[in-house]
Design a protein around this ligand. Structure first.
Ligand code: XIL
Length: 516
């Protein structure tokens, strides 16, 4: 069966691979003059095509209109684009029934000229929603949602590959687990499924995504969203894919295994997984720029590499590409979270994306934690409070340490001074396995406490996980370690459960990451 043209959009990235390989070369060689030829595809775009993955960037309409270098790099390096703001409900329909299509049209037109696919972002989100929604009653709001989705899908039918239909509906810090929004308050969680059904009715071909912040790391939010997707899919709600936003920090982000497992479980529900808004802040890691940018390179390589390694992941979209226009700069302190610097020079992170696309993953060196498997009893470990017992590990080979009679949440198992081993700083992979006793489950946290001359202690969170009393759970993550002054003490601490809950631990590792 030969798919209709619109169906081709659904079998990307194959279609993108073909488009990229035919367009880049054939137009160049058959075009009338070199000046008219398509600009050659850049290394990122070629590497993405070779990997069979989409590589996207969020597009800033202002920069696109005013900065030719920006437009040129966007066309050259990416094969997938997402309007950063232009297709959000507020910017698109600022007054009821009045649409401003101009910025969105520009992005879609340009994407076609550059043989790029487009992901629309986002129909239903509590932020950047137009204020006129606040005056509507429940049924009016549902009707407005339907109208908005239909009108927008109608305009871009066959030209936009996928849409984020609902964004950030989950918030596990609320009692319900859902984000407190104009939609949730009026309609309850049913608005989520309604939005997807309205979209599918309006366009049977376009891919429909649920997009969420913080999904990339294992934990309560990812678990809640997973259950939500499972329940919706079981009821036949038309959801094709899920976006892990992945606004990470080199100071802390999920381990490769965590991320891969998380991608895999959503993919096993039948969803296409996208890393949808990747950027990596660096400024929480003190120290010189080269060290920060190296750690950032590792972070990009790790996340992109995880997507490439997982068949269920169809691509990675960066939330912008140059530090010059990153949204992070407007969110408090300016940072440098992307792959081109402010003057469009390629950063080490650019090479990290390339390496990740080529399937090359960072390599972890020797374990820097002494007696991390407790084979020498409690040597090099203490209790910050409570009693530390080392014994044969429950239900696994080897030994484990358990901290008992903890009278406060901050009572932790604590390493000896790691200064000597960690003096070089840089990106580190932390891993361990944990268990609790005296409660069915409890959240545990691993931290690195860094004391420096003349500076108060800095507590770097390495990882958190919900541990249980029935089996060992992996507690792992990455950190970028930098120093503001000469360190005077560095210890690893594992604790965080409520007082009275015993914390058990073994296989503790901290390994430096490098990229050969
Ligand atoms: C951000 C844009 O980048 C900013 O320009 C805008 O001011 C606010 O929104 N999660 C999302 C994106 O889903 O839409 C957000 O984009 C970043 C966080």
């Amino acid at each position: 069966m030969i798919p209709r043209t619109t169906n081709l959009r659904r079998i990307l990235p194959l279609a993108v691979t073909l488009a990229a390989s035919t367009l880049g070369c054939s137009e160049g060689s058959t075009g009338p003059a070199d000046d008219d030829a398509e600009p050659a595809h850049g290394r990122l775009r070629r590497a993405a095509a070779a990997a069979g993955k989409l590589l996207g960037a969020a597009v800033n309409s202002g920069a696109l209109a005013s900065d030719p270098t920006y437009a040129e790099i966007l066309a050259r390096e990416f094969d997938y684009v997402t309007p950063e703001n232009a297709t959000k409900w507020g910017p698109l329909e600022p007054a009821d029934g009045t649409y401003s299509w101009a910025n969105a049209d520009t992005i879609v037109d340009l994407a076609e000229q550059n043989a790029q696919s487009v992901k629309g972002h986002t129909f239903v989100w509590h932020q950047q929603a137009p204020s006129w929604l606040n005056a509507l009653g429940a049924e009016e709001l549902r009707a407005a949602m339907k109208q908005h989705i239909e009108t927008t899908l109608e305009r871009y039918r066959g030209r936009v590959r996928a849409w984020d239909v609902v964004n950030e509906a989950v918030d596990t810090t609320t009692e319900s687990g859902y984000t407190d929004s104009v939609f949730y308050r009026a309609l309850g969680p049913s608005y989520i499924e309604d939005a997807f059904r309205f979209a599918r009715e309006a366009d049977p071909e376009v891919l429909l995504f649920y997009n969420e912040v913080g999904l990339e790391r294992a934990g309560p939010k990812s678990n809640f969203t997973y259950e939500l997707m499972r329940a919706l899919l079981e009821r036949g709600v038309p959801i094709d894919g899920i976006g892990f936003q992945s606004h990470v920090s080199i100071h802390r982000y999920p381990s490769l295994d965590n991320l891969r497992e998380n991608i895999r479980r959503f993919a096993e529900l039948g969803l296409r997984v996208n890393v949808s808004e990747l950027d990596a802040r660096t400024l929480l890691m003190p120290g010189d720029r080269d060290a920060r940018w190296f750690a950032q390179r590792i972070a990009f390589q790790q996340v992109v590499g995880a997507c490439v390694a997982e068949p269920g992941c169809e691509g990675v979209t960066l939330w912008g590409f140059t530090d010059r226009y990153s949204w992070i700069n407007d969110e408090g302190e300016p940072d440098d979270p992307l792959v081109f610097d402010r003057d469009y020079a390629e950063k080490p992170a650019y090479d990290g994306v390339l390496a990740g696309l080529a399937g090359r993953l960072p390599v972890a060196g020797d374990n820097l934690v002494g007696n991390g498997d407790f084979s020498s009893g409690s040597e090099r470990w203490t209790a910050s409070e409570g009693e530390l017992e080392v014994d044969a590990a429950a239900a696994r080979d080897g030994s484990a340490a358990c901290l008992r009679t903890r009278s406060a949440e901050d009572a932790a198992i604590q390493s000896a001074d790691l200064r000597e081993a960690l003096s070089a700083g840089g990106p580190l992979a932390f891993s361990s396995v944990v268990l609790v006793q005296g409660a069915e489950r409890a959240t545990l946290e691993a931290t690195l406490v860094v004391e420096e001359e003349g500076v108060g202690p800095r507590v770097l969170s390495l990882a958190t996980v919900e541990a249980n009393d029935t089996g060992w759970t992996e507690l792992s993550g990455y950190v970028g370690l930098g120093f503001t002054a000469e360190p005077t003490n560095i210890v690893l601490k594992i604790g965080g459960a409520p007082a009275g809950v015993d914390v058990c631990l073994t296989q503790v590792e901290l390994r430096p990451l490098s990229s050969p």
